[in-house]
Design a protein around this ligand. Structure first.
Ligand code: XMP
Length: 512
C-alpha cells in the first residue's frame, strides 16, 4: 500500500499548496475532508496527518472540528495555524482570541529545534495569518518556538508525536518552510521520498480508468500546454475511448494546425477530429472592430462549432478539460464559504450542463510547473511543454480592429519570423511571450525606387512571472535589427516594424 500523508482540510485557501509542497518532497499525499474518520485514515495507510489552516475560529458555532480519535491513531500530527488552535482547544489546553492579530511577516525564534526544526537557523522569517492563539499548553506539550506576540507559536508533544505551528510553512514567504514540512514528513513520520512524476501518472491513469469505465470522453484540444498534457494523459489511460476535437478558427499561427495533426494524430495516434471553421469565424467577425465584441463572437462561435462537432462524433459521457489548480478555487464549505468556486472561463461556455456531460479534469490538483513535468514524462516535446501562452481568441485580438484574411496572413508571416529568430537565439524559452501585432495603419516606405504604402507590424516581447505584471524585454539591438529587416524584406504588405516598450501596468500584454 502507498504510504500516505493525509491533509485534513479545514477550508484553508492554502490546502492545495500544502499538498504541492508535500509532492515537492516526493511524498504521496491526499486531501481529506476534516470529518474523515480515524478508521478511514487507518485503512488508507496514513503515516502522518497535517491539519490545514482555515478561515474559522475554533470558538465559532460552525467551527469545523475533527474526530478526536485522529490524535489517538499513533500517527504523527502537524497542526498548521487553525490546526494548532485545535490542539489547544481539544487536548486540554486553551486557545483564545489574540489581542494582537498577526498577519503577514513575523520572526519565529526557535527555542528547541527538535525534529521539526532540525537544521534550521535560530530565527526564521515566517508568514502568519491568524486571529486566535494558544494561551495555555495542553498536557504533554512544550513550546519549541515563539514570536513576539505568542509564547506558544510552535509546540510539540514528543511522546505522542503531535506538533503545532502558528505560521504557514507552505507559503513562499516563509523562509525554510519546505524544510519544516520535509522534517515533519521524513524526520517525524518516516515517510519514504519515492513519489515521482511517474507515480503521479500511474495513479492518474488508474483513476481515469476507474472513473470512465467503458464511457467515451471528448476533449477540446487547443494545442496549449494544459489541454495537450490532459490529452496525452487521458489517451494513455483509455486510448481510443478518447476523441480530441481541434477547432481551426482561422485565427491560429503559422503551421499550428499542421503541428497538432502531426503530433497528436500521427505520433500519439489519438482519435483527432480537426474541424475547419475558419470561414465561419471570419464571416462572423466581418465589420466588427471592438475588441470585446470580437472576443465574444469568437467565444460563442467556438462553443457552437464544438457542440456541433460533438453531435457528429456520437454519444460521449465525459468532457475532459486541462483545468489546473490555479484555475480552481476550491475548499471545504465552512460557514458562508462556498464549496467550490470555479472560474467560469475554464468551463467551455456551459457545455457540460447543456449536454449533460460529466467533467474529467485529471490535472486539477497540479500547478503549471508540475503539469509541464507530467507532459515531459509523457513524451510531449519541449515545443509543447514549454510553449508560451497564447490567448484563446488567438490572432483575432492581435489584428487590431477589423479582422480579415489578408491581415491575418501578413501577421502570421511576420510572427513566424519573430518566433524563428527568438528560437534561434534561445530567448524564446526565457521570455514570457513574444509575438507580433498587426496595426491597422499604413505608413510610407521606399522599396528600390518605389514608394511603398503598407501596413505596420509591432513587436511585443515581455518578461513576466504570472502575467499580472510584465516588463518589455531588453533585446540586443542586433537581434531587433535582424527581426525588423527580415519582416520588412520577407513579408509582403509591411513597410515598417515598431517595438512596443510599454510595461504592464499601465499597458496590458496584449494590445486588445
Ligand atoms: P493581458 O493582455 O491582459 O494578458 O495583459 C495577460 C495574459 O493573458 C493572455 N490573454 C488571454 N488568454 N483569452 C485567453 O485565454 C483571452 O481573451 C486573453 N487575453 C489575454 C495574454 O496572452 C497574457 O498571457
Amino acid at each position: 500500500m502507498q504510504q500516505t500523508i493525509a491533509v485534513l482540510d479545514f477550508g484553508s485557501q492554502y490546502t492545495q499548496v500544502i499538498a504541492r509542497r508535500i509532492r515537492e518532497c516526493q511524498v504521496y499525499s491526499k486531501i481529506y475532508h476534516y470529518t474523515t474518520t480515524p478508521a478511514q485514515l487507518q485503512a488508507d495507510g496514513v503515516v502522518g496527518i497535517i491539519l490545514s489552516g482555515g478561515p474559522s475560529s475554533v470558538f465559532a458555532k460552525t467551527a469545523p472540528i475533527p474526530d478526536r480519535g485522529i490524535f489517538k491513531l499513533g500517527v504523527p500530527v502537524l497542526g498548521i495555524c487553525y490546526g494548532i488552535q485545535l490542539f489547544g482547544h481539544l487536548l486540554g489546553g486553551k486557545a483564545a482570541k489574540s489581542d494582537h492579530r498577526e498577519y503577514g511577516n513575523g520572526i519565529l525564534t526557535i527555542k528547541k529545534p527538535g525534529r521539526l526544526f532540525a537544521g534550521l537557523p535560530k530565527k526564521i522569517r515566517v508568514w502568519n495569518s491568524h486571529g486566535d492563539k494558544v494561551i495555555a499548553l495542553p498536557p504533554g506539550f512544550q513550546a519549541i518556538g515563539t514570536t513576539e506576540n505568542s509564547p506558544y507559536a510552535a509546540i510539540e508533544d514528543r511522546k505522542r508525536n503531535l506538533y503545532g505551528i502558528q505560521f504557514h510553512p507552505e507559503v513562499f514567504h516563509t523562509e525554510h518552510g519546505v524544510e519544516v514540512i520535509r522534517n515533519f514528513l521524513v524526520g517525524v513520520c518516516g515517510a519514504k521520498q519515492d513519489w515521482t512524476t511517474k507515480d503521479f501518472i500511474a495513479h492518474a491513469v488508474e483513476n481515469i480508468r476507474t472513473t470512465v469505465g467503458q464511457s467515451r470522453v471528448i476533449l477540446g484540444l487547443s494545442g496549449g500546454v494544459d489541454s495537450s498534457v490532459a490529452a496525452a494523459l487521458i489517451h494513455k489511460a483509455i486510448g481510443k475511448q478518447l476523441t480530441c476535437v481541434f477547432v481551426d478558427n482561422g485565427l491560429l499561427r503559422k503551421g499550428e494546425r499542421e503541428a497538432v495533426v502531426e503530433l497528436y494524430g500521427k505520433h500519439f495516434h489519438i482519435d483527432l477530429r480537426v474541424v475547419d471553421a475558419a470561414k465561419l469565424f471570419l464571416r462572423r467577425l466581418k465589420g466588427v472592430s471592438d475588441p470585446e465584441k470580437k472576443r465574444k463572437i469568437i467565444g460563442l462561435t467556438f462553443v457552437e462549432v464544438f457542440e456541433k462537432s460533438l453531435k457528429s462524433i456520437g454519444h460521449a459521457d465525459y468532457l475532459a478539460q486541462g483545468t489546473l489548480y490555479p484555475d480552481v478555487i476550491e475548499s471545504v464549505a465552512i460557514g458562508n464559504n462556498p464549496a467550490a468556486l470555479i472560474k467560469s472561463h475554464h468551463n467551455v461556455g456551459g457545455l457540460p450542463e447543456r449536454m449533460k456531460l460529466k467533467l474529467l479534469e485529471p490535472l486539477r490538483e497540479l500547478f503549471k510547473d508540475e503539469v509541464r513535468r507530467v507532459g515531459s514524462a509523457l513524451g510531449l516535446p519541449k515545443e509543447v511543454v514549454w510553449r508560451q501562452p497564447f490567448p484563446g481568441p488567438g490572432l483575432g485580438v492581435r489584428v487590431l480592429g477589423e479582422v480579415s484574411a489578408e491581415k491575418l496572413e501578413i501577421l502570421r508571416n511576420a510572427d513566424a519570423i519573430l518566433q524563428e529568430e527568438m528560437m534561434a537565439c534561445g530567448r524564446y524559452w526565457k521570455v514570457w511571450q513574444s509575438f507580433c501585432v498587426f496595426l491597422p495603419v499604413k505608413s510610407v516606405g521606399v522599396v528600390g525606387d518605389e514608394r511603398n504604402y503598407a501596413w505596420v507590424i509591432a513587436v511585443r516581447v515581455v518578461e513576466s512571472i504570472d502575467a499580472m505584471t510584465a516588463d518589455w524585454a531588453r533585446l540586443p539591438h542586433e537581434l531587433l535589427q535582424k527581426i525588423s529587416s527580415r519582416i520588412t524584406n520577407e513579408v509582403r504588405g509591411v513597410s515598417r516594424v515598431v517595438l512596443d516598450i510599454s510595461s504592464k501596468p499601465p499597458a496590458t500584454i496584449e494590445w486588445e
